[in-house]
Design a protein around this ligand. Structure first.
Ligand code: GRF
Length: 195
């Protein structure tokens, strides 16, 4: 049976679409069971509905309980944060321990949090990139599954660097999801060791 993904997003949803396209193209054996957003107006929610994928806004003080309920109801095996701009509460993380992954637009542990591409340019780094990692209780701090590196050019703007990184995000997120779904890995301390 195809493993079932739950996607959490807050915005445009290009990483969600890249995952959906990887599935449609046969590069990722999975199915997207549900898409959830803390923002009802998130374009990613509308894109999900256009593709016939169940999609719901989750808001209010019970948001994280609603998230757990939706994920359980749709029998989700792996939760993929795709531009989800909220910290998940400890009960959600505990409920799905090592079954939540996130994509972050920096080479973690550099530049966690918001505006990572801007932080990278301000710092003057020569290389930037993106990271797919397991989600733990910290900010962008869980064990790293995949990273990709891009060069930083002297004339880069936030927008040009973000676009270069985003292209790599779209590539490595599906690869990392495939690794996790395969179960062919161990987490040793902080290190994800692939079999
Ligand atoms: C991506 O850069 C992702 O790494 C970050 O938020 C952005 C979301 O973009 N967490 P999109 O909504 O997937 O297009």
């Amino acid at each position: 049976m195809r493993r079932r993904l739950g996607i959490l997003l807050s915005g445009r949803g290009s990483n969600f679409i890249a995952i959906a396209d990887a599935i449609a193209g046969g590069r990722l054996k999975a199915e997207i069971a549900v898409v959830l957003s803390n923002r009802p107006e998130a374009p990613g929610l509308a894109l999900a509905r256009e593709r016939g994928i169940p999609a719901f806004a989750v808001s209010g003080p019970n948001r994280d309980q609603l998230i757990i309920d939706h994920l359980q109801k749709h029998e989700v095996d792996l939760v993929c944060l795709a531009g989800y701009m909220r910290m998940l509460s400890a009960p959600v993380i505990a409920h799905f321990r090592n079954r939540i992954v996130n994509i972050h637009p920096s080479l973690l542990p550099a530049f966690p949090g918001l505006d990572s591409q801007h932080q990278a340019l301000e710092h003057g780094v020569k290389f930037a990139g993106c990271t797919v990692h397991f989600v733990d209780e910290g900010l962008d701090s869980g064990p790293i599954i995949r990273q990709a590196v891009v060069p930083v050019f002297a004339d880069d703007s936030d927008a040009s660097l973000s676009a270069r990184i985003l292209k790599e995000e779209h590539r490595i997120y599906s690869e990392a999801i495939a690794v996790v779904l395969s179960g062919q890995f161990r987490i040793v301390g902080r290190t994800v060791v692939e079999a």
